[in-house]
Write a protein that binds this ligand. Structure first.
Ligand code: ZN
Length: 173
């Protein structure tokens, strides 16, 4: 089961980023309650309310996966006292057969994505739906060609894509 707790936001003006907060995704598997990305500090209440609607508290989360370590994706990691932090460095240690983690570099070298059922949660490998629709690499990248290849690889999987800052791109869109 996958629920989007917050769809993320990215406000730009003249190539300057005025506001950035990542999407926050909850995934329930048989063995784990997982949060993927924890957004920016000011979105704490939205996360708490989203969990409350699912009858959960932050203490119930045992795994926190960060798609990468930019501040607007890790701002509320400390909310999850019982959450083991999973990222590029240690993702191979996560054992859950309902979860697959893919290396999806380009936005950063250490970007990862989380596959669960029909969904893939990709962080800033795909920051906005428009990146997928127009097949444009994320504006912030360490290697534009690599970032574009990663984006195309993600698209080719044919899954619903939980973007970094723009909700879910459904494959039938
Ligand atoms: Zn980022």
């Amino acid at each position: 089961m996958l629920r989007l707790l917050y769809e993320g936001k990215l406000v730009r003006k003249d190539n300057k980023i005025l506001e950035a907060s990542s999407s926050v995704t909850f995934i329930k598997t048989e063995n784990h309650n997982i949060i993927v990305d924890t957004s920016s500090r000011d979105k704490r209440d939205i996360i708490l309310k989203g969990l409350e609607k699912l009858n959960l508290s932050p203490r119930d989360i045992d795994i926190v996966i960060n798609t990468h370590s930019h501040w607007d994706h890790v701002g509320n990691n400390d909310l999850f006292k019982n959450g083991e932090i999973i990222n590029y460095d240690n993702y191979k240690s996560l054992k859950d057969n309902e979860i697959e983690i893919l290396e999806t570099p380009g936005h950063t070298w250490d970007s990862i994505s989380v596959v669960h059922g029909d969904y893939i949660v990709v962080g800033d490998a795909v920051p906005l739906k428009d990146n997928i629709i127009k097949e444009v690499a994320p504006g912030i990248n360490v290697d534009r060609e690599l970032a574009l290849n990663t984006l195309r690889r993600i698209k080719s999987l044919g899954k619903h894509i939980v973007t970094g800052h723009d909700g879910i791109y459904f494959i039938f869109e």
